[in-house]
Ligand binder design. Structure first.
Ligand code: NDP
Ligand code: OXD
Length: 309
């Protein structure tokens, strides 16, 4: 039996030495050189082509190379009884907390406005409220959202989180479910999206939701591009209702060269780099998951297919 590695974003040369050292008795195959499909026991994937996983009849587990699994669950032919495991990597949480803190502080201290002023050689002091008056809302308070809140807390921003199932978090005002979404948005001067992409969250940042944010709010999307209805976001920025947006993820990646987001004065674009899967950190986690699945032991990060995350 063998392990298949497939990724449209990772270099096998970065993974091979680590995975083979951690699982020395295993044979690895690099997609598309799958060999005999019946000999593949585990698939380690990022954005697998539709039908690939269904073509492997003896598959015992699918391991995502990222925290998100929408790229796997999007395949309608995905075998129903094979566990899909997302990557629970503390390094992703640390990187995400770093990126989100950078973006929150940039919006809070109006770095975009100062960049425009610098361009115009304008020496003008802009109003900035104290941090205790700038409310930050984190949509999706899981592994990553929680890490961001912990990093932001010492700055003194009033923090809130929005989740599906009611829960508590120290120092964070929690909102849950669609019934409390409007109240959560209404107190989010800076909104951070860290939701998984599911049928329930697709397009959630639309005109109606954006209009519920306070006037002058900023949006940071580090989850998936399809959470945002880009036309609605651009309209809210252009009308002056929203002050800015930081976008790391897009419905189509890479972002098309002629996309209006590239040049919008109120938008910061980064190429899906908020939290990158680093082989040095992730390979031991992936190897450990394979060993536990083989031994029939419980595994962290198994996706609930009903919920979609
Ligand atoms: P988790 O599964 O740990 O957390 C998901 C959170 O979202 C939970 O708090 C969950 O609530 C909440 N949630 C899910 N659906 C809903 C809903 N319908 N309504 C309200 N709340 C909901 O995910 P992670 O924190 O690990 O990752 C989040 C996403 O970040 C990933 O799915 C991925 O898309 C993205 N990501 C982006 C990266 C980048 O570089 N830009 C890097 C890594 C991940 P509850 O607790 O109640 O279930
Ligand atoms: C992930 C990502 O899901 O990088 O880990 O987007």
């Amino acid at each position: 039996m063998a392990i298949l590695f497939q990724s449209s974003a990772d270099r096998w040369a970065d993974w091979q030495p680590r995975l083979t050292a951690l699982l020395p008795d295993d044979e690895f195959r690099l997609h598309p050189d799958t060999g005999d499909p019946a000999s593949i026991e585990f698939a380690v994937v990022w954005k697998p082509p539709i039908g690939l996983l269904a073509s492997l009849p003896n598959l015992k587990g699918v391991l995502s190379l990222g925290a998100g699994v929408d790229h796997i669950l999007a395949d309608p032919t995905l075998p129903p009884n094979v566990p899909v495991v997302r990557l629970l990597d503390p390094s992703l949480a640390a990187q995400m907390a770093e990126y989100v803190t950078l973006a929150v502080l940039a919006h809070h201290r109006r770095l975009g406005d100062y960049a425009a002023q610098q361009h115009a050689r304008a020496w003008r002091v802009l109003d900035v409220p104290e941090a205790s008056k700038r409310r930050v809302g984190i949509m999706g308070f899981g592994m990553l959202g929680e890490a961001c809140a912990a990093r932001l807390m010492p700055f003194g921003f009033p923090l809130a989180g929005w989740v599906r199932h009611a829960q508590t978090a120290e120092g964070v005002r929690m909102f849950a479910g669609t019934d409390q979404l409007a109240a959560f948005l209404a107190r989010s001067d800076i909104l951070v999206c860290l939701l998984p992409l599911t049928p329930a969250t697709h397009g959630i940042l639309n005109a109606r939701a954006l209009a519920l944010l306070p006037n002058g709010a900023a949006v940071i999307n580090v989850a998936r591009g399809a959470h945002v209805v880009v036309g609605d976001l651009l309209a809210a920025l252009d009308s002056g209702y929203l002050s800015g947006a930081t976008l790391d993820v897009f419905a189509g990646e890479p972002l098309a060269p002629d996309h209006p987001l590239w040049t919008h004065p109120k938008v910061t674009v980064t190429p899906h780099v908020a939290a990158i899967t680093w082989p040095a950190h992730a390979a031991p986690i992936i190897a450990g998951t394979i060993q536990r699945l083989r031994a029939g032991r419980p595994v962290a990060g198994v996706v609930n297919r009903q919920k979609g995350y």
